[in-house]
Ligand binder design. Structure first.
Ligand SMILES: NC(=O)c1ccc[n+]([C@@H]2O[C@H](COP(=O)([O-])OP(=O)(O)OC[C@H]3O[C@@H](n4cnc5c(N)ncnc54)[C@H](O)[C@@H]3O)[C@@H](O)[C@H]2O)c1
Length: 277
């Protein structure tokens, strides 16, 4: 887990600007996707908070509310609000509350994905129409809906940064990743179209493609431990990654150090994506 203040890059690398990686002092961020302490979004929340940001964390439903409330209580300046991304009304209400409370928004983290369990265990050709619809709606369309809600609030701050979480299954076949791979391909294409659309307003849109990590979402994928082992065996760094490593890259993209980066999918996967056989 990210702990304490983020180190000053300039101290070791002679940076001219004196920028701090992950310096989010005075910024307000919305983080959608915390389910429990293993969530990638929770690690990003911790790193963003360590960088000085005030945060809004959302919870998907009442079942997860208590988890999120308990985690939020460990950080300063955190507001928690409900948001099921399948509901346009909840998304509208979320941004209305944020506007009322903060008057603007500097960054948005989208760490949401869902597919029906059977679609992550059966042959891909068996994907149902409804399973496809749900996976694409929750895992890809929700980025568009949230970015649309965030954009006017980011304009009030003179721009902003949107970040989503993807996986290499968007480009390569991973056993049982199935419809989620298709959803991630749609998500990454949405990153580029949103970046083009919102860039003139000073809003950047990027994705991190994270290596495999054992989280709640990962438990839904049959044979996930085999995928994890492949990172240990084959990745250039001969290991998997952890959520704090994804979070460090996230705050780099969210903050001023990422100010010229948009429409990008940044691989944070110990180099696994580069390997063939
Ligand atoms: N764990 C991995 O190996 C890995 C690798 C690369 C990318 N990712 C991506 O990272 C993101 C976060 O996943 P994670 O691994 O931290 O698992 P996670 O289960 O902790 O997070 C997934 C989140 O999606 C939320 N969610 C699902 N349906 C929702 C809905 N209808 N409304 C609102 N929220 C909803 C869940 O509440 C949960 O908080 C996902 O997009 C996932 O695909 C994960």
């Amino acid at each position: 887990m990210s702990a304490g203040r983020i180190p000053r890059l300039g101290a070791t690398r002679g940076l001219h600007h004196g920028l701090l990686v992950g310096d989010l002092e005075g910024k307000t961020g919305l983080i959608v996707g915390v389910a429990n302490k293993r969530s990638i979004s929770w690690a990003i929340a911790q790193a963003a908070s360590a960088g000085g940001a005030s945060l809004v964390l959302t919870y998907q439903n009442d079942r997860l509310a208590e988890n999120v409330r308990e985690l939020a209580a460990t950080l300063p300046n955190v507001t928690i609000l409900p948001c099921d991304v399948a509901s346009d009304d909840q998304i509208t209400a979320l941004f209305a509350t944020i506007e009322g409370q903060f008057g603007g928004l500097d960054f948005l983290v989208h760490g949401v994905a869902f597919a029906e369990r059977e679609d992550l265990a059966t042959p891909f050709s068996q994907t149902s129409r409804e399973g496809f619809r749900v996976a694409l709606d929750i895992s890809a369309y929700s980025l568009i809906a949230l970015a649309r809600g965030a954009a006017p609030l980011m304009e009030k701050r003179g721009g902003g940064s949107v970040l989503t979480l993807s996986y290499l299954g968007s480009q390569r076949v991973f056993t049982n990743y199935n419809v989620m791979g298709v959803a991630k391909a749609a998500l990454e294409a949405s990153v580029r179209y949103l970046a083009s659309d919102l860039g003139p307003k000073g809003i950047r849109v990027n994705a991190i493609s994270a290596g495999a990590i054992k989280t709640l979402a990962a438990y839904g994928i049959s044979g996930f431990s085999g995928i994890l082992q492949a990172y240990r065996d084959k990745a250039p760094l001969r290991r998997a990654v952890d959520t704090s490593e994804v979070a460090d890259a996230a705050v780099f993209l969210l903050g001023p150090t990422g100010r010229a980066i948009t429409a990008e999918v940044l691989m944070v996967d110990a180099g696994f994506h580069a390997m063939g056989v």
